[in-house]
Every structure is written in C-alpha cells, then in structure tokens.
Design a protein around this ligand. Structure first.
Ligand code: GAR
Length: 195
C-alpha cells in the first residue's frame, strides 16, 4: 500500500473522485493519507475532513521562499510515496519536482500539448479551447517535472465540444467525462507499478 498525498487549491471535485474511487475499490494499491492545500478556504479541505483524511494548510503567500521546503518537510514527515496535484494552482520548481521524480502526477483539463503550460489553468483552459474553435478537447494525467504540464503522459481522454458550450459548461463535461475517470485510474496505475 502506497501512501498518497493530494494537493489542492479549490473546490476539490477531483479529490472527491479519488475518495470515491478509494471507497469503491478502484484505488486499491494506495491510500490517501494527507490532503494539503495552499489555501485555507479551499472547499477541498472540507471534503477531506468529511472522509476522515488528515489535512494541512501550507500557504505560499505566507511562507514565500520557504514554501517548497515546508511542503517537502510535510510530505516526508508523513512518509508519502505518491503526490497528486488535483487542481493545485501553484507551479512547483525543479527543486521540488526532482526531489519526488516520477512520484508526482497532475490532472490537466485539455489534451496536452494543446492549451497547457504557464497561464493555462482552470476555466482559462476551456476559454482558450472555445476561442480557438477546436471540436474535441479532453483531459490529461501526466507525471510532473520542471516544465509546466511537460512531464510524461499517463492517460488521456477526449471530450466532444458542442454548439453553445460556455467555458463553464465545457469544464463540467470535461470533469464528468474525463478528469474524474482518468485521475483515479492513473493513480491506481502509478501506485501499483511503483516499487
Ligand atoms: C480541474 O479542472 C483541474 O483539471 C484544473 O483545475 C480544476 C480543479 O477543480 N487544473 C488545472 O487547470 C491545472 N493546470 P477541482 O478543485 O474541483 O478538482
């Protein structure tokens, strides 16, 4: 059993998908033992508490330059094997990503390499896809390295764009049809394949 930490910043619907997948047995090679948020108001923290998962706030604003050192300290102190970025809105430096090489995964709401990298997060990704006029988008789960959204791809799932879509409608469809499915499956894959 691998110890999993989930890093969040907001609503935490992807965290909820992971909790549900753990309860239904989709995730069986690891256990979510810690949820860390950079934002003390994140609703994701409530979801974790409801599921009896230990929570911790690590604020980039307050810690500034020592933010990543503190994050590493918390993660190591809790003997974490695998880290999931699930709507975690901080870019992590090479110092952090190389410390946990091949042990950090992220979910991104587009088909990488489209609409990804610095500045592409949350609703902005869907706004960009609609502006461009692509007919298919989706979600990607990938390993995290020093290049934002640049690590090796683990899973992708395509989602159709429909006439009349707004960024909000598209975000919901991408979450329901892609993110909430491939994030748990990818996490189980990574946990089961890790020595
Ligand atoms: C999700 O759509 C996730 O893919 C995206 O933020 C949302 C968080 O929602 N992440 C990024 O854009 C990262 N670049 P959630 O808090 O409900 O899981």
């Amino acid at each position: 059993m691998k110890n999993i930490a989930v890093l969040v910043s907001g609503g935490g619907t992807n965290l909820q998908a992971l909790i549900d997948a753990q309860n239904s047995g989709v995730i069986k090679s690891g256990k979510i033992v810690l949820v860390i948020s950079n934002n003390s108001d994140a609703y994701a923290l409530q979801r974790a508490k409801k599921a009896d998962i230990k929570t911790c706030v690590c604020s980039k604003k307050e810690l500034n330059a020592s933010f990543e050192d503190r994050l590493i300290e918390i993660i190591e102190g809790n003997k974490i094997d695998v880290i999931v970025l699930a709507g975690f809105m901080c870019i992590l430096s090479e110092k952090f990503t190389s410390h946990f090489a091949d042990r950090i995964i992220n979910v991104h709401p587009s088909l990488i390499p489209a609409f990804c990298g610095k500045g592409f997060y949350g609703l902005r990704v869907h706004e960009a896809a609609l502006e461009y006029g692509v007919k298919v988008t989706g979600a990607t789960v990938h390993f995290v390295n020093e290049i934002p959204d640049g690590g090796k791809i683990i899973m992708q799932k395509a989602v159709e764009i429909k006439d009349g879509d707004t960024p909000e409608i598209l975000q919901k469809r991408v979450m329901e049809e892609a993110e909430w499915k491939i994030l748990p499956l990818s996490l189980e894959k990574v946990c089961s394949e890790l020595e």
